[in-house]
Design a protein around this ligand. Structure first.
Ligand code: HEM
Length: 475
């Protein structure tokens, strides 16, 4: 077995941290172009390995998933923000949280949420006027926050609270941008960044607490409440029921509302989880459940603005899907070209641009020994733009997603939602939501991008580094 994978030379102390922080996207691609399937570099104190071969990525995420965990970066920020929520928890805690959450993401329940998604979209579009310029990223994030709170928390969020969440995303995101000096500064040090981060987490938690408070007492569980079934008839505004969530049988809740907040409140009342677990899960869902889909839509609108032919085809599918009424989950299943556009958008601009894993023991990948405790990166950004799997990889070409072309590529040449046991629980939810929003917007409007050349910023997700102004034109 060969000793050490190749990789770029780093600086003393910060290793390759400065190069990575300056432009993680160019750095990772340059490494992949120069060094092959497994690349070693140093981001601060920890050895890091970038995997660029889909077969190795599949082994890490799927076949050998039990040999890896999510890394603890020795920095309390992630823990402070997401705690033991589904995204970052491990072991039995993760299994319990995933089992609890699964029924809320059951395909029948997701399909039944189409009406909620369309209602929110319509009410937002009612504010748009012909010729106006909007920052589409803020605009779709406002919409996806409302949808996730309604659909998964069975509650409404006020405009003021949405604004607060959006304002706080900036300091939260800043805390997770690559910075080679971060490991030198303890989390408790009263730097401006640390203080703003802590204040943002507090604010986000108080928004969550407000939502929970509004829901508290609106339902009771006969399993723990002698008041009996009449106490449980209240349904959240998400329109639960209609076969959604496997009728709740997974947690023995009969015909109870299956939005995630209701499910978690019942689990807490049964003593299966604490208030802290509940809050961690809700913060996780609020962030993971809106920012990613908003980014996928932002990049899709940007690409459509630059590709009039594709825009025309999406518009005609959107008009067919919307017809005279509100589109449903069945209608958007017909939007095949739109789905290809969405895939192409997430290929070029994957909202989650890299996954991290840590081997629990020494492992062998690509012929190299990777030591326990190192950081492994499986980067969507790198693989999705590799000329090994895609001709002319930087160009926008939805026809790559025609079934016969798609079937020629390895499975993990495209993995915007991850894979294996930790795959995205919200995948079906977000694809339905994105297609419904595209159907509503593209059937009524054309969006023309009026900003600078797109430049990108890496944090937990991949963001445009500037506003994304779009002029709205009624069709
Ligand atoms: C375009 C939209 C989305 C993208 C690109 C995306 C991407 C991802 C990826 C790549 C992972 C795997 C992370 C890893 O393996 O380390 C993930 C996990 C997760 N996602 Fe998503 N996501 C999206 C939408 C959503 C939505 C709408 C929700 C919630 C409603 C959600 C909730 C989660 C959660 C809770 C996890 C952790 C699952 C677990 O570890 O069991 N995501 N997502």
């Amino acid at each position: 077995m060969s000793a050490t994978p190749p990789g770029p030379i780093g600086d003393p102390l910060v290793g390759n941290g400065r190069q990575y922080a300056d432009d993680p996207f160019s750095f990772m691609r340059a490494c992949a172009d120069s060094y092959g399937d497994v690349i070693r570099f140093d981001l601060g104190p920890r050895e890091t390995y970038l995997l660029t071969n889909p077969a190795d990525i599949e082994r890490v995420l799927v076949a050998d998933a039990e040999r890896y965990r999510k890394p603890q970066f020795g920095d309390g920020a992630m823990d402070r923000l997401l705690g033991d929520g589904l995204l970052m928890s491990e072991g039995e805690t993760w299994q319990r949280q995933r089992r609890l959450a699964n029924p809320s993401f059951h395909s029948r329940r997701i399909g039944a949420l189409a009406g909620t998604m369309v209602d929110h979209t319509e009410s937002q579009l009612a504010d748009w006027s012909d010729g106006e310029v909007v920052d589409i990223q803020l605009e779709v994030a406002r919409l996806t926050v409302k949808i996730i709170v309604s659909a998964m928390f069975g509650a409404d969020i006020t405009d003021e609270e949405v604004k607060t969440v959006q304002e706080k995303l900036e300091p939260l995101g800043a805390r997770f941008e690559p910075d080679p000096r971060r490991f030198l500064i303890p989390d408790w040090a009263p730097t401006r960044e640390n203080r703003e981060f802590a204040a943002a987490v507090d604010t986000l938690e108080s928004v969550i607490d407000g939502i929970v408070e509004r829901r508290r007492g609106t339902e009771r569980d006969p399993a723990v409440d002698p008041a009996g079934p009449e106490g449980v008839a209240v349904r959240g505004p998400a329109g639960d029921g209609e076969g959604g969530g496997g009728s709740g049988s997974d947690d023995g809740s009969g015909d109870l509302p299956m939005d995630l907040l209701s499910v978690l409140l019942r689990a807490r009342d049964r003593g299966e989880q604490t208030d802290e677990n509940l809050r961690d899960e809700l913060v996780t869902m609020l962030l993971a459940g809106h920012d990613t889909t908003a980014l996928a839509l932002t990049y899709t609108f940007y690409l459509l603005s630059n590709h009039p032919e594709a825009r025309k085809r999406v518009a005609s599918e959107a008009q067919a899907a919307t017809g005279d009424g509100a589109p449903t989950a069945a209608d958007v299943r017909e939007m095949e070209f739109t789905e290809r556009v969405l895939n192409e958008s997430m290929r070029l601009y994957p909202p989650v641009y890299t996954l991290f894993r840590e081997p629990k023991l020494d492992v062998k990948l690509g012929g190299y020994r990777i030591p326990e405790g190192s950081a492994l990166m499986c980067s969507q950004w790198v693989v999705h733009r590799s000329s090994r799997w895609y001709d002319d990889p930087d160009s926008f070409d939805p026809s790559r997603w025609e079934p016969e072309r798609r079937s020629q590529r390895p499975r993990f040449a495209f993995f915007p939602f991850g894979g294996g046991p930790r795959h995205c629980i919200g995948k079906s939810f977000s694809l339905l939501e994105a297609k419904l929003i595209l159907a509503k917007v593209c059937s009524q409007y054309e969006l023309e991008y009026e900003g600078p050349d797109l430049s990108l910023r890496g944090s937990l997700t991949m963001h445009p580094d500037h506003p994304v102004p779009m002029r709205i034109r009624e069709r």
